[in-house]
Design a protein around this ligand. Structure first.
Ligand code: NI
Length: 169
């Protein structure tokens, strides 16, 4: 297994739309393992392949306290979207930024796991939010894009300043 580099906003590669996985082979299983390891090490509760510069429809999530309930979503599709909820979100690609975002409160997602088994999962609360957040990544969308223009430009400025400090260090 290997830790993967996580792209940081506003890296333009984060705005790439991911392609469906046609066959779940050893390379996809390897990607899932590396993504899970990268998510746990970060640590984070979700990671989309887009964030590690692999533009295929693969997501890993673990919202459990014990960090022992890995959920793998390959080619995920939201088949039910219900209600509304505003919660504070963060993102491994936007380090240090947490902002309230409005999303559906409940979803049902249809996907395939790393063993090529199709399934459907009903989710609410943090898991529903996380699934929507990660699917957005596959569409080339970062949660920052849902914020006001003013907040977005402040976040860009803050992250770009941090990049300059890092480059000169
Ligand atoms: Ni994210």
């Amino acid at each position: 297994m290997a830790l993967l580099e996580i792209l940081e906003y506003p890296d333009p590669r984060l705005f790439t739309k991911a392609q469906p996985v046609e066959r779940i082979d050893a390379s996809v299983q390897r990607l899932v393992e590396d993504m899970a390891e990268t998510m746990y090490a970060a640590p984070g509760i979700g990671l989309a392949a887009t964030q590690v510069n692999v533009h295929r429809r693969v997501i890993v999530i673990d919202v459990s306290e014990e960090r022992d309930a890995l959920l793998v979503l390959i080619n995920p599709e939201l088949i039910v979207i219900e209600g509304e909820r505003v919660s504070e979100e963060g993102c491994l690609s936007v380090p240090g930024i947490y902002e309230p975002v409005r999303r559906a409160a409940r979803v049902v997602v249809r996907a395939t796991n790393q063993h090529a088994e199709p399934f459907e999962l009903a989710a609410e609360d943090m898991l529903a939010v996380c699934i929507q957040h990660e699917i957005d990544h596959l569409e080339g969308r970062v949660f920052v894009d849902k914020l006001s223009q003013l907040k977005r430009s402040r976040i860009r400025a803050r992250l770009q300043k941090r990049d300059r400090v890092r480059a000169s260090a």
